[in-house]
Design a protein around this ligand. Structure first.
Ligand code: ZN
Ligand code: FE
Length: 257
């Protein structure tokens, strides 16, 4: 399975999954149809699936136009997004599995950014390979999504599920927010040498207009403050010893950053 990252709108990424042997493709969170249709044409691939993580317009905006071109494609989303994702046909919950070519993704229910948000996790196809996580606006490189419809406790629970996945998992998040996220992270975790090094790396990449997505989950665990609510220095920074309250206060500070 080859994964293509297609930029869209101001800072969204659309991900196109391609199975060259079968000449089929699937798309994760098509903000727009045009870049997807163009790449499908170049690949001479048939679109068989649209995997939506949540209902926001910058994640589902291309659904209808893609279906006009590929009426047989199946639209997947979370069960609680019923009525909010255009032309949704499959209503997924935690533990469900979805197939693309010879790969099978596990569905994680990860509410917080929205109340229905799901993520798709493809375990490595053979030992030594990387896993692939499509997490929409739940976990970002260096940050996490805003809480529009969920509580801090829900988001901590959701991020905990993601944190249990192997370090060698690529995190395909839906926005290029990494530099700003790491600038915030440095204000709450400045003594973290892994974070300092990552900031310098990402700064250079953005200066060269390179994408910073995907990241590696192992790097997120070491540097992303929104996976580190148990770290004593972060708890001290927000004057709490409670994981959920620590997370909530960090998220509140980021909202103001
Ligand atoms: Zn969103
Ligand atoms: Fe978004």
């Amino acid at each position: 399975m080859q994964i293509y990252r297609l930029p869209a709108l101001s800072d969204n990424y659309i991900f196109l999954l391609h199975d060259a042997d079968r000449q089929i493709a699937a798309v994760v969170d098509p903000a727009k149809a045009e870049p997807v249709l163009k790449r499908l044409q170049e690949l001479q691939a048939e679109l068989v699936a649209i995997f939506n993580t949540h209902h926001h317009g910058d994640h589902v905006g291309g659904n209808v136009r893609l279906l006009n071109a590929f009426p047989q494609a199946i639209v997947y989303g979370g069960t609680d997004d019923r009525g909010r994702i255009p032309r949704q046909q499959v209503f997924l919950q935690e533990g469900n599995r979805v197939t693309f070519g010879d790969r099978v993704a596990e569905v994680l229910f990860v509410p917080g950014h929205t109340r229905a948000h799901i993520a798709y996790y493809f375990p490595p196809s053979k030992p030594g390979d990387l896993g692939e996580l499509f997490c929409g606006d739940t976990l970002f490189a260096g940050g996490c999504g805003r809480l529009f419809e969920g509580t801090p406790a829900q988001m901590v629970n959701s991020l905990s599920k993601i944190r249990e996945l192997p370090d060698r998992t690529r995190v395909w998040c839906a926005h290029e927010y990494t530099l700003k996220n790491l600038q915030f992270a440095l204000t709450v975790d400045q003594q973290n040498p892994d974070l300092q090094a990552r900031y310098e790396l990402v700064k250079g990449m953005r200066d060269r207009s390179e994408a910073t997505v995907p990241s590696l989950l192992g790097d997120e665990k070491r540097t992303n403050p929104f996976l580190r609510w148990e770290q004593p220095n972060l708890q001290a920074r927000v004057k709490s010893q409670d994981p959920v309250q620590t997370f909530a206060r960090l998220r509140g500070m980021k909202d103001q950053f």
